[in-house]
Structures are given as C-alpha cells and as structure tokens.
Design a protein around this ligand. Structure first.
Ligand SMILES: [Fe+2]
Ligand SMILES: [Fe+2]
Length: 275
C-alpha cells in the first residue's frame, strides 16, 4: 500500500475525532498529547507508512475510536481508572506498528499452485513476527515518549502490560484464544476486528484487491465475506471462555457488540441480505 505522510492538521484531526468520548474531560489535553506524540513517531516509512503496511493510517485511529468508546463506559462504571484509559489509547495506536505483507486465504487460493506453499509459509511466519517485533517497536516508542515528556508517562510495569498485549493481539489468526482474564486484550481484539465491518475497512479491502471501492455490490460481497471470517473466529472459543453475546460471534464486550450491530444495520440498509 502506498502511504504518504499526513499533514499535521490531518493527523491531529484523526486523533481528535477518535478521542471524542473524552473531549469534555479535564485530562483530554494530556490524552491528546500522548496519542498524537505516539502516532507522529510511528508514522514513518519503517512502520505505519511502510510499503508493506496493509492498512491505511485510518485503521489505527479507527481502532483508537472503538477503544475509546469502550473504555469510556469502563471509566464511567468505575472498572477503569484514568491510567488504564491512557494505556488503552497507546495500545490502540501502536498495536500494528510492525509492518508485514498481508497474505489472505484468497491470495493463496488464487496463486499458481507452485507458489501456494511458499505463500502459506510466509503467512504463518509473518503473524508471529508482526506481534513479536511490534512489541519491541512499541517498547522503544514508550521510552522515547517518556523522554519527550520529561517524566514517566508509562512506567515499566505498564509498558510491559501494553507490549504484552501487542505480543498476542493477532493470536486468533493462529487459532489461539485471547484469554478473558486479559480484559484489555479482549477489548483491543474486538476494537480491531470491528474495522472489518466499517465502510473504511471494506473500502481498504477492495482497494487491496484492485477492485472499485465505490461499487456497492462489491462492498456488500466483501462485508458478507468479512462477517463470515468473524464467525470463524468464534470457533476457537468454548463456552467457558465467555460469557459471549451469542453463539455466532466472539464479542464479550457490550460496547463492541453495539458498534458491530450499528454497522450491521448500516449494511442492511445498503442491501445486505441475511440475518
Ligand atoms: Fe495486527
Ligand atoms: Fe489492527
């Protein structure tokens, strides 16, 4: 994907929009400062703007927006404190910091037979690398962040916790569960996967395949495909890993499920069939 450096105005407006649930908080400026500093540092050709980066920069701020909607409720219901809000925001921005070429099942299926095994191998090794190297890259960013602010925004324990989630965030792609006792990791997984049903996420999928992102029929076909993939992810979980909202999807967080339902309603209005 050919990604260019956004202007400062664009970068800041993406962050500001994502932080809307906190716009009236007295600590908004601190949260904005941390998010913008991390995003700015990661927007370089080795990381979020790398040629192999498989998502537009809006992916990171959309995941941030979902995460902020989720943690707003956690804060209001006193399950979270302000420190955890900051950690969740930092995690959302940096979770995909390590670029790897995206290899989908479709790409493998459509490749000439002699290339399929190699592609599958690349896919299998790229996910662990994306998470392992991503955790290291995120750690470096936090150390620079602390230096820039001249104080410990995140101490060692918090940095370890955030990087520990970067290290497992795509485990479901390897058939491994996100454990329910790591509630922030559960939230991130749901905030991240929700991208697949957003209009921007669908358009990015079509662009990656060199298909017309404005074609409604193509959009609907892609939504159907993505919803199927979300259903498949549920299959790695057993009942005791829940409670889940239903037997069909892996949502364990009520706000994430609400965002998902909102997008399903949007797509139904556009003509999506099925339930
Ligand atoms: Fe990822
Ligand atoms: Fe992601």
């Amino acid at each position: 994907m050919n990604l260019s450096q956004p202007t400062e105005q664009k970068r800041q407006s993406l962050i500001r929009d994502a932080l809307k649930p906190f716009e009236n908080d007295s600590l908004f400026d601190e949260l904005f400062g941390i998010c913008d500093c991390l995003f700015k540092m990661a927007l370089n050709k080795d990381q979020l703007l790398h040629d192999d980066a498989d998502n537009p920069i809006e992916h990171h701020t959309t995941v941030l927006a979902h995460m902020m909607e989720i943690v707003r409720t956690e804060l209001d219901e006193k399950r979270f404190n302000w420190d955890q809000v900051k950690q969740s925001a930092a995690l959302a921005i940096l979770h995909d910091i390590c670029p790897v070429r995206k290899i989908t099942e479709d790409m493998i299926r459509n490749a000439p037979p002699e290339q399929q095994a190699k592609l599958r191998e690349e896919r299998e090794s790229s996910v662990p690398f994306h998470m392992r190297r991503g955790a290291e890259m995120a750690r470096e960013k936090f150390l620079v962040l602390n230096e820039k602010f001249g104080k410990s925004i995140f101490d060692d324990e918090k940095i370890n916790a955030i990087c520990g989630i970067v290290l497992i965030h795509d485990n479901p792609k390897l058939g491994k569960k996100i454990p329910k006792d790591n509630w922030v990791a559960v939230m991130l997984r749901e905030a991240d996967r929700l991208w697949m049903v957003t209009l921007m996420g669908i358009r990015a999928d079509l662009e990656r395949k060199h298909e017309n992102p404005d074609d409604l029929e193509k959009q609907l076909a892609q939504v159907e495909k993505n919803i199927k993939r979300l259903e498949e992810e549920r299959e790695i979980y057993a009942e005791e890993d829940g409670p889940f909202y239903d037997n069909r999807f892996f949502f364990r967080n009520p706000i994430a499920k609400k965002i998902f339902d909102k997008w399903c309603d949007y797509w139904k209005k556009q003509g999506l069939r099925g339930d």
